[in-house]
Design a protein around this ligand. Sequence first.
Ligand SMILES: C[S@@+](CC[C@H](N)C(=O)[O-])C[C@H]1O[C@@H](n2cnc3c(N)ncnc32)[C@H](O)[C@@H]1O
Length: 268
Amino acid sequence: MTDSGFDSAPIDIDTSVPHSARIYDYLLDGKDNYAADRKAADEITALFPDVRAAAWANREYMQRAARFLAERDVDQYLDIGTGIPTEPNLHQVVQEIVVDARVVYADNDPIVLAHAEALLRGTRQGRTAYVSADVRNPESVLAYAREHLDFRRPIALSLVSVLQFVSDPYDPFQVIRQMLEPLAPGSYLVLSHVTYEFEPEIWERIDAIYQKGPDSMKARSREDFSRFFDGLELCAPGIVVATQWQPDSHMTVRDGRVPLYAAVARKP
Ligand SMILES: C[S@@+](CC[C@H](N)C(=O)[O-])C[C@H]1O[C@@H](n2cnc3c(N)ncnc32)[C@H](O)[C@@H]1O
């Protein structure tokens, strides 16, 4: 790890199999994807034609949630499962409002690491840092975050469209409890998560597409999603489909079939 938090070691990327970060990048019209990712994305699109709109709806939800928190003067962010940079990234949204905001990013895909430098270009006053880490090992993410954030003060913890890649044996509910435990009162949790509830018949086949690579996709119910917020105070409007979370004039996707629940909550 260099001083800037950027690991400059050679990056080993297996391009022969699809990966969630690169499939998502392709759906967002990015250029950091390979034939296996595009094939997987096309197979997902055949099963679920609105997936591209859903990916944009998710990205726009992340931006609205980040703006909401920055407008409440939150100046520390820990964003896990950051993804390949797609502007505006979280630090760009929040540092426009809180110029000295600190943002720590983490992702387990080496291709995101290859782009970490782009994520590290924050404002002069603010700071960003990046670590290549897996949320299924929360202690390693927390240890890195402690080097960059002040845990005595509120932190916004975000995992936007990430926890569906944490399967039940890794107990995502315990992962979130463990991540929230050391955070100060007044901290926030920002989540979105794929749900099977609107079209239950397609998700097993979508999971099979992801399983050709290192990921699996576990779509969950609204009830399951609500468990991530146990003990927290939900911010308005509570748990809703991502496009319905505090809609604003910047949105490009307002309707369509968006199989994603979203919510922001505060730690009392
Ligand atoms: C669908 S993308 C979401 C990107 C971004 N959060 C957003 O909403 O625009 C999912 C991201 O989670 C990352 N990811 C998946 N499993 C992970 C894990 N176990 N630990 C850390 N990151 C993970 C993937 O590499 C990918 O970048």
